[in-house]
Design a protein around this ligand. Structure first.
Ligand SMILES: *Cc1c(COP(=O)(O)O)cnc(C)c1O
Length: 373
């Protein structure tokens, strides 16, 4: 829910999204790319942060190519983007060709039969319609496989009649800079491109790929997670800015004696007299239950442990070492944000920042700000 400031002030739990941080991240990626243009990947509702808001600021920053996963996402995005390319990563299914044209959506062609489908539609409409060609170089998920690529390389007729925008492939392990897989995929990608019967611009780099060096940049960067503050490279400093802050309100504070337990299953036991703050954010809000007794939140700039199991609507936090003036009923706690980043939380929870962001609950009162405005 997006709402007014007063409802935001009264909310039990709230999510602030700083579009200025997304602008900064886009500029940072552009800088890394040198003069190469930078697309924006806004699938899954802009990784949970709101594709309409994200795409609007990216457009203002000069972004003119956007990637989404599904056709429905593409149509929704077209409502708010006057121009620019919207590419649909999931490909073109039978009998959807006319709808792609109607909404000015560019299909990413992932298989040989999709090339024929799109070529047939071009012939039927008498227009050379835009498309991108996705070849697989090691991910083995989407894209033409090696056998299909060979068929494409057999002759120019296969690709004729289509306005090819980009050749794409997707890196499988770019977030691990030492992993040799990226170099192997780059080699395969460049070889395929050189042998294509038509010339095409190319795009290989996701967020992590942008930071692997200029040989991965080709003609278009294609970052997603880095726009949203995610760490591009494991084990390295994160140059991106965290655009989100989730705060939960302290509903109650109680003192428990040594030996008492807190929460379902009595899984956490106090070893000292402990002040427990009950905070309004639970697994229904995307606060993962695997963070039970291992998660941390920030109160007044201090990190405090989540103790006991995460409930549907609440977590319980040890605030013994925080001043009662700072941790008091009605006060707000930073559950996720610059002090406890999605990557840090994901590492603790055994998942990745991508999953955390796309699992944010719908119960937060959302508030968009722009720190650069
Ligand atoms: C999701 C996706 C991206 C963006 O990846 P990030 O790791 O979020 O930067 C780029 N290309 C394709 C094909 C994707 O599916």
């Amino acid at each position: 829910m997006v709402t007014t400031t007063s409802a935001f002030d009264a909310a039990l739990s709230r999510l602030t999204i700083d579009l200025g941080a997304i602008r900064q991240n886009y500029r940072r990626l552009r800088k890394e790319l040198g003069g190469v243009p930078c697309a924006g990947v806004v699938k899954a509702d802009g990784y949970g942060l709101g594709a309409d808001y994200v795409a609007t600021v990216l457009y203002e920053e000069g972004c003119r190519t956007f990637f989404v996963a599904t056709f429905d996402e593409a149509v929704a995005l077209r409502q708010i983007l006057p121009d620019g390319v919207i590419a649909c990563l999931n490909g073109v299914l039978p009998n959807t060709e006319a709808a792609f044209v109607e909404h000015d959506i560019t299909p990413v062609i992932n298989a040989f039969d999709q090339i024929e489908r799109w070529r047939t539609h071009c012939a039927r409409t008498g227009r050379k319609l835009p498309a991108m060609l996705h070849v697989d170089t090691g991910m083995n998920r989407l894209g033409l496989d090696a056998r299909e690529v060979d068929r494409v390389l057999e002759g120019p007729s296969v690709l004729s009649g289509i306005d090819w925008q980009y050749l794409l492939s997707h890196l499988a392990a770019a977030d691990e800079p030492e992993n040799p897989m990226s170099a192997a995929q780059l080699k395969r990608f460049n070889r395929i491109r050189a042998r294509l019967p038509v010339t095409m611009k190319a795009s290989l780099a996701n967020s992590s790929g942008v930071f692997l060096g200029p040989e991965f940049h080709h003609d278009l960067g294609r970052p997603g997670i880095a726009l949203y503050g995610g760490r591009p490279s494991a084990g390295r400093d994160n140059p991106m800015v965290c655009p989100i802050r989730i705060e939960g309100r302290i509903l109650q504070i109680r003192t428990v004696e040594p030996g008492w337990t807190v929460g379902y299953g009595g899984s956490w036991r106090a070893s000292r007299e402990t002040r427990i703050a009950t905070v309004a954010a639970g697994y229904a809000d995307g606060y993962l239950r695997t963070l039970s007794s291992v998660g941390r939140v920030a109160i007044g700039g201090r990190l405090c442990n989540v103790v006991g199991r995460v409930s549907m609507d609440m977590i319980t936090v040890d605030v013994t070492d925080v001043s009662p003036f700072v941790a008091s009923p009605g006060g707000m706690v930073e559950v996720l944000g610059p002090a406890v980043t999605p990557d840090a939380m994901a590492d603790t929870a055994g998942t990745i920042g991508y999953e955390l962001l796309t699992s944010l609950g719908s119960r937060y009162v959302r508030h968009y700000v722009d720190s650069t405005a």
